[in-house]
Design a protein around this ligand. Structure first.
Ligand code: CU
Length: 269
């Protein structure tokens, strides 16, 4: 992902130049002209880079291959202690929450798996409905989801105020007050990347939304299994990620008409 930050294209020296004399002012103006030009050029280049870094091209895939695999976590399941400090009649009492959902055969449920930086390939598929993030008993549902860039509907099933706050890194993606049950608000998540969702009213609430940069992704089932299909033959990096363990990258070669099998173990970094 490309993160671009820059200062505004201003020129404070210009004002100073005017105050100190005509000659200096003229030199300052000329210098400022070039600085502005350079600055605009820089912005244009950054703009192009940011567009190209996120562009995914849809191209028909013939004779594609598949990847099937299983994501596991072998260690002791880490526990997070949840202690609701308000609205207990809705949010409930203290409880233990596993940081990694480990099921049969050490399989990790809800690990996000995707092919890294896919330039082109299959279509996204029909968008049957807008993805939803609900809040029930002060728990985000679902806690983890993968969506395509676009709309997200945020709602609440609780009769109390949630202040639902999504972040791309440190930057706010949305900040919504949901004061009562049944409120529905739709927002855009236009940029691929991880969106962490918190509630400003209930500090223990946490969800993760992965905005995909291509349709080559999967969310593991309750036994840790996944499948990605219609992949153009080639060499790729498959990323398996889970918010507690972080990313695990695995090289994989996809051959037309065949299924590459992977076994991926997540480990806390
Ligand atoms: Cu809340």
């Amino acid at each position: 992902m490309l993160v671009v930050s820059f200062a505004p294209c201003g020129c404070r020296g210009n004002t100073e130049g005017r105050e100190r004399g005509a000659l200096r002012s003229e030199a300052g103006t000329i210098m400022c002209f070039f600085l502005r030009k350079a600055c605009c050029l820089q912005l244009a280049v950054l703009g192009l880079l940011s567009v190209s870094a996120f562009s995914y091209e849809i191209a028909p895939v013939s004779g594609g291959g598949k990847i099937e695999g299983k994501v596991t976590f072998q260690g002791t399941v880490p526990i997070r202690k949840i202690i609701p400090t308000k609205d207990r009649e809705v949010c409930g009492g203290p409880r233990d929450e596993p940081q990694v959902r480990v099921g049969a055969g050490k399989g990790v449920q809800d690990a996000v798996v995707y092919l890294k930086e896919m330039p082109k390939g299959k279509a996204w598929g029909a968008a049957d409905k807008v993805p939803v993030l609900d809040q029930e008993h002060c728990i985000f549902k679902p806690a983890i989801q993968v969506i395509r860039p676009g709309k997200l509907e945020v709602t609440s099933s609780d009769p109390i105020l949630h202040n639902t706050h999504g972040f791309y890194g440190q930057r706010t993606a949305f900040n919504l007050a949901l004061p009562e049950k049944g409120v529905r608000i739709t927002r855009e998540l236009p940029r691929p990347g991880l969106v962490r969702v918190e509630c400003d009213a209930h500090g223990w609430m946490l969800a993760h939304i992965y905005v995909a940069d291509s349709p080559y992704y999967a969310l593991t089932g309750d036994d840790g299994s996944f499948r990605i299909d219609d992949i153009p033959p080639g060499n790729y990096t498959l990323v398996a990620t889970q918010y507690y363990t972080g990313d695990t990258e695995t090289p994989v070669t996809v051959t037309g008409g065949q299924t590459a099998k992977l076994s991926i173990e997540l480990k806390k970094k």
